[in-house]
Design a binder for this molecule. Structure first.
Ligand code: C5P
Length: 222
């Protein structure tokens, strides 16, 4: 079935981890599998949207009819998203972007030496906040992985990053989140929230796209 609100719309989704180089052979990253972002891309295509995945390094096949832009680092992911933002109706930030990167990337492999070593890190740009603060501004959706007070922390991020909607999950719960096939989330927007029961990521992705379609319709009525 097709949500009329999403038919022909341009949807850009970030997915997977980013990888921040230390030297030619080493990097800092995280365990994001990319499954939720890829499920969202599939659900967006099913809803009739023209869909682009901006993907960090993952071991997943590209869903049918999805355009995929591969990136490695957070700064590359930001640049790819900014290139696409001018022609984007809905931006969904599902990637687990590394918050920090090494302050310098060594040209040669770092040699071991002293017993202790410190690494200087610098903050990465916030991709979803940058896109939400830009012009033109797509309908912007973020994700929040929390281990406590899920709804209040997520609502804080919604406000701070100027998002239209945020999908929050409790990553401390067993059997959900990162590498899992299932998730259990709470979708929050400015004037309301809705809990989605534990389900497979594709099922949840379809429900999230449906909620986005409804919010888009509501925004058009305003
Ligand atoms: O602040 P926090 O990392 O918990 O926010 C998570 C949300 O922000 C996710 O939607 C994630 O994709 C996005 N994000 C981003 N760029 C960053 C950090 C997070 O787009 N540098």
């Amino acid at each position: 079935f097709q949500h009329t609100a999403l038919a022909g719309k341009r949807v850009v989704i970030t997915a997977g981890p980013t990888r921040e180089a230390l030297d030619p052979v080493r990097y800092i990253s995280n365990h994001s599998s990319g499954k939720m972002g890829y499920a969202l891309a599939r659900a967006a295509v099913e809803a009739g949207a023209r869909t682009t995945l901006v993907s960090g390094p993952v071991h997943l096949a590209t869903p049918d009819h999805v355009e995929r832009v591969d990136v490695i680092s957070a700064r590359e992911m930001l640049a790819a998203c900014q290139d696409l933002a001018g022609d984007c109706d809905i931006f969904i930030a599902c990637a687990a972007v590394a918050d920090y990167r090494p302050a310098t990337v060594q040209e040669q492999k770092i040699k071991k030496g002293d017993e202790r070593s410190t690494l200087e890190l610098v903050r990465n740009p916030d991709i979803v906040a940058t896109i939400a603060g830009g012009q033109p501004r797509p309908f912007t959706v973020g994700f929040a992985a929390e281990t406590q007070d899920v709804e209040s922390y997520a609502r804080g991020k919604l406000e701070r990053k100027h998002l239209d909607m945020i999908v929050a999950n409790d990553v401390s719960a067993e059997g959900v989140g990162f590498a899992s096939d299932e998730n259990e989330v709470c979708v929050i927007w400015r004037d309301n929230a809705q809990r989605l029961e534990r389900a497979g990521k594709l099922t949840l992705a379809r429900q999230i796209m449906q909620l986005i379609a409804t919010r888009l319709d509501a925004a058009r009525m305003d």
